[in-house]
Design a protein around this ligand. Structure first.
Ligand SMILES: [Zn+2]
Length: 106
């Protein structure tokens, strides 16, 4: 039986470098500070459905719609990482590990 080949994981490698740099910790601490002090990160409204002279249906003219709660994806996007690629690479690593385990059990 041939040994399985370890998959390439360029996005996970990039993520590791970003995490090792400590920059994600700094952002996470700042987001925690915002939450602890009554602030929120919100999506900015683009007023796409706003009729001229009328209040914006989406945001009531506040300019903001919906709080951001998925900080992990937000931080990933900030560093140019693709969460879908990370997930796919993690799945390939899992498949690789399972294949490796299967060769060792036989
Ligand atoms: Zn609006």
């Amino acid at each position: 039986m041939t040994e399985p080949t370890a998959p390439e994981t360029p996005e996970l490698d990039r993520r590791s470098k970003v995490i090792e740099s400590g920059r994600t910790d700094t952002l996470a601490w700042f987001i925690d500070w915002l939450n602890d002090n009554g602030y929120a990160i919100a999506h900015r409204c683009t007023h796409v459905d706003q009729k001229p002279g009328r209040r914006c249906w989406d945001c009531g003219d506040s300019g903001f719609i919906g709080a951001v709660t998925d900080y992990e994806s937000l931080i990933a996007r900030h560093f140019g990482l693709d969460p879908a690629k990370i997930e796919a690479e993690m799945q390939k690593l899992l498949d690789y590990q399972r294949a490796l385990n299967a060769t060792q059990e036989s």
